[in-house]
Ligand binder design. Structure first.
Ligand code: ARG
Length: 461
């Protein structure tokens, strides 16, 4: 088809250069937004007398008909067009003749493409926020369900101190809640209308940018046309926030991969989120968790790619900027898929009480409580730490847990130890002593669950 910019060219674009640069194969995804942008622009042209009422009506009907064709999956819409904007304009011209050609008055693909992209991202951000809300709800219900379940807490993946499993789940609740809030902030950055900026210095027609923004549902308009067409901060902020969210998913997935291994065996995953091996019949592999973990690297890569694309670009629009869209599309799809699969996967996971109980017996999880017990008996903490270390070392040699040592054995290391030590060397006692806001004590977790419930008001599943 005739290009949008053929006038001064004699030779056509080299076929390889064409294949290299045309973007319709993937930016066709912006079609519904491009149509909205064209509709809003037509209204602005009408307001300035560039379009008559009849022309506005004809163009609007044609654009809506095109939207219906695209929505119904009509593949004949797509032709040999450079990009989505060229494609829509060609379709419109085929349908309305010169009127189709007139619609580009006062706009440029440079302001059009960012307006399309911003509209697209607003929808994607809403999907992410919805998926995150559903995930938060799942985590809340799981934390309720397993509220009192004792669990080993880890640092350096070494058994450290006993916790409630609900406290572990609510740790992720906090992370995903921050992701939700971050996406809300990104939404503010994205929610700016740039149409009217033209190629770089607005337009000669005095188009009412406020009207265009209102038509398109944007809260505000950009304040510098040159910034507007060259800015991709909103994409970067989105990619950063998506990377953080994927990182959180990945960390939880790493734990799931470890916990589900028969070597640890804390959890079972549903058959629907695991796969078998083509050669080892006994295998039940956590592929979905592994893929989420892997894809987090890919999303981070998308962010790094875009910041590199931007770093040396002079003002204003440069074709390099076309590279933003595949990165964005890939990130949106990856994150949406990951959030949905992860939510379903953890909703159907079950705990293996016996494996968790066995792990709680190992690893000297109560050592810190023993040190604190000695502090209560007047021993300075650094000294009690030393005594505890020696006691643990002795217990390891004897193949006993701390709580299995006799009073005589404790006295080998400190004469401050009394009969009441056995009440302290108890997992539930340890957990419930952590009565500080943000702590793992049952009372603290209950308070936190209550705060969450007051905020979100979720119904029982
Ligand atoms: N396909 C282009 C992009 O995605 C649209 C803007 C093209 N502008 C231009 N002056 N060549 O960035």
């Amino acid at each position: 088809m005739a290009k949008l910019w053929g006038g001064r060219f004699e030779a056509g674009l080299d076929p390889d250069a064409k294949a290299f640069s045309y973007s319709l194969d993937w930016d066709r995804r912006l079609a519904p937004y491009d149509i909205l942008v064209n509709l809003a622009h037509a209204k602005a042209l009408f307001k300035k007398g560039v379009f008559s009422a009849d022309e506005l009506e004809t163009v609007s009907i044609a654009l809506k008909a095109l939207e219906t064709r695209i929505a119904s999956g009509d593949e004949t819409v797509w032709g040999d067009d450079e990009d989505i904007h060229s494609c829509i304009e060609r379709q419109l011209t085929e349908c309305c003749g010169d009127l189709g050609k007139k619609l580009h008055t006062g706009k440029s693909r440079n302001d059009q493409v960012i307006t399309d992209t911003r509209l697209f991202l607003k929808d994607q951000l809403n999907s992410h926020r919805q998926a995150l809300l559903e995930l938060l709800e799942t985590l809340y219900h799981l934390a309720e369900q397993y509220r009192d379940r004792l669990f080993p807490g880890f640092t350096h993946f070494q058994p450290s101190q006993p916790i409630l499993f609900s406290h572990h789940l609510l740790a992720y609740f906090e992370k995903f809640q921050r992701d939700y809030q971050r996406f809300e902030l990104v939404l503010k950055t994205v929610d700016v209308c740039c149409l009217g900026s033209g190629a770089m210095v607005v337009n000669n027609y005095g188009l009412d940018r406020g009207l265009i923004a209102k038509e398109l549902g944007f809260s505000t308009i950009s304040m510098n046309s040159m910034d507007a067409v060259s800015d991709r901060d909103f994409c970067l902020e989105y990619l950063f926030s998506a990377s953080v969210c994927m990182t959180h998913l990945s960390r939880f997935c790493e734990e799931i991969v470890l916990w589900v291994s028969p070597i640890i065996g804390f959890i079972n995953l549903s058959d629907s989120f695991t796969t078998g091996s083509s050669i080892m019949p006994q295998k039940k592999n956590p592929d979905i968790a592994e893929l989420i973990r892997g894809k987090s690297g890919r999303v981070l890569g998308n962010m790094v790619s875009l910041i590199h694309i931007l770093k040396s670009l002079p003002l204003t629009y440069n074709r390099d900027l076309q590279e933003d869209k595949e990165l964005l599309f890939d990130t949106c799809d990856t994150l949406n898929g990951a959030l949905i699969c992860f939510n379903k996967m953890i909703r159907t996971m079950t705990l293996n009480d016996s494996a968790i109980d066995a792990a709680l017996e190992k690893g000297y999880l109560l050592a810190t409580d023993f040190a604190d017990y000695l502090v209560g008996k007047g021993v300075p903490f650094r000294e009690s730490h030393e005594i505890t270390g020696k006691t643990v070392s002795y217990a390891i040699q004897e193949g006993k847990a701390l709580e299995d040592l006799s009073l005589e054995e404790f006295h080998l290391f400190s004469d401050r130890v009394q009969e009441d030590v056995f009440g302290v060397l108890e997992l539930r006692h340890s957990v419930d002593s952590k009565q500080v806001t943000g702590g793992t004590a049952t009372e603290e977790v209950k308070k936190q669950l209550k705060r969450i419930q007051e905020k979100y008001k979720w119904k029982k599943p």
